[in-house]
Design a protein around this ligand. Sequence first.
Ligand code: DQA
Length: 146
Amino acid sequence: MKILILNGPNINFLGIREKEIYGKETYESMCNYILNTFEETDVEIDILQSNIEGEMINILQKAYFEKYDGIVINPGAYTHTSIALFDAIKSIEIPTVEVHLSNVHQREEFRHKSFTAPACIGQVCGFGKEGYILAIEGLIVHIKDK
Ligand code: DQA
């Protein structure tokens, strides 16, 4: 089973940005944690990150041709703005789970609305890096059930 994790703008700045919200752990360390968690399983995980909306769409379209079984996406701030990402997730018809490190519903009102979540099979937020693990586990169950 092939799963793609796609992180959006500023997620690569973990460990640098707003540590009181996102914690001190670096992006690289978080990625290693996720990869190590599934190392001994038959789940193959690729992790990509982009600060650019169009590039994220290109990555999603490429995932379609490369036949990924599932996608975990943290669209960062594009969550709250991007109809183009909504359309891209819808277009590729690959089961996708939206993840947020922080609990967006406890934060500013502009973070309460997600344009991308309605294109996804589910959303996990507020559990930090564990959210990625939960999302992958949810995807595995969903894919095996199909
Ligand atoms: C975030 C939440 C977004 O509102 C914010 O713009 C981010 C990070 C999260 O993972 O908690 O960049 O997606």
